[in-house]
Design a protein around this ligand. Sequence first.
Ligand SMILES: Cc1cc2nc3c(=O)[nH]c(=O)nc-3n(C[C@H](O)[C@H](O)[C@H](O)COP(=O)(O)OP(=O)(O)OC[C@H]3O[C@@H](n4cnc5c(N)ncnc54)[C@H](O)[C@@H]3O)c2cc1C
Length: 416
Amino acid sequence: MSVVAGNLPLVETFLPASQQEMVEVISRATADSTPIYPIGAGTGLSIGLPSRKQGWGLATTNLTQVIDFPARDMTITVESGITMQALDTELAAQGQRLPIDVPQRATATLGGVVATATSGPRRFGQGTIRDYVIGITAVDGRGVSFKAGGRVVKNVAGYDFCKLLTGSRGSLAVITQLTLKLRPVAEATAFVVCDIGEFEAAEPLMAALGTSRTAPVAIELLAGPEWEHDAALGSITSSIRARLVVGFEGTPPEVDWQKAQLLREWRDLGARETRVVEGSAGDALWSRLAEFPTGDEPALVVKASIQSSAVARFLQTAATLDGKCSLQAHAGNGIVYVKFQEFSAADALNVLVRGLQPAAVKAGGHATVYSCASGIELTHQAVWGPRTSDTALMAAVKKQLDPHGLFNPGLAIFSC
Ligand SMILES: Cc1cc2nc3c(=O)[nH]c(=O)nc-3n(C[C@H](O)[C@H](O)[C@H](O)COP(=O)(O)OP(=O)(O)OC[C@H]3O[C@@H](n4cnc5c(N)ncnc54)[C@H](O)[C@@H]3O)c2cc1C
């Protein structure tokens, strides 16, 4: 099986066929201090600073077994290299799902999703992958396999490894197996959409969602060229700056009631340009919303995590820096993706360090580089923002699990 390895400096790539083989390869690498780059499907390997140390790629794509699926307990134990699509198929046969939005679902692996704590629009109502991992098996930087959690959620003493390894980006251990909580498949879904004249006009509508009688699973604020001509949303006119898109899931009566209720609530607030998107157009929109961070290769994609009350103002700032940028905010969670189109390498640094990162700090959060075109050389600060007190804590945790610093050297904020 082939593996896409991005720009990693690999001298050799291994594809262990079993978890035991994974332990053996890592033990050999630790014996002669060879750096190790854990790889899932390779769909997110270009994100962050490029690594320069040569080492071994260690791909999980042959670890795809379903170990146990007690459907009545609504849990599943699987190896980490299973693709999200294969997992969907397995779960759908029992009317179940893992409601986490992932770009490139056909190839992205569950291990990659957990290692990057990937989340998307449904995060608002369904939570993140961290909420669903209840058991984990991984191999540390000494080649020792360890387990935490299991099929039931119990109190833990010491590190909660399920939480610790979720989002650790392959810098603490290689995840080989996961036990997940599951949810039932949604019988119906729909979006209620409102066209917005100026960003600030979205603020009262979003604030009202906090006291709405409805329970959205997604609250998205969208703007810029990528959203101007959308098959599901329709084309934008010059008087429209952005679109507020609210997603619902549930039984057909639940979804019907919620979409009618939100239309009523918005009408009472004076919103006029509203409509419902559902059926196949709705399915296409869910998929576009999940894929937005990837897609074409813009000059620079920045991901900001800020207070949700500051989202509209932050989008305004980004649009001022580049009138042609495309924007997607998981507005209820304060997560914003900005796709810039128009920068030279020098301008990109300027925009990040002097423009967007300070704006994110002012909005109560931070901004990091999600991806950038080759040719743009970025500094550590430009990619990750300033170091914080958490950085030292994370470095101390890394020392415990990967004492020789072999996993993903230079890739994570605390391992360069
Ligand atoms: C830091 C980061 C954050 C991301 N956040 C989001 C997001 O919020 N929303 C979104 O839509 N997409 C996000 N992505 C994109 C994400 O890469 C893909 O959605 C997908 O989850 C990656 O799956 P993959 O199998 O292709 O992993 P890969 O691209 O192969 O690997 C991605 C990272 O995970 C590590 N990794 C992979 N498998 C394992 C494993 N079994 N054990 C330990 N480490 C492993 C790799 O070393 C690498 O650092 C993010 C990517 C990165 C790198």
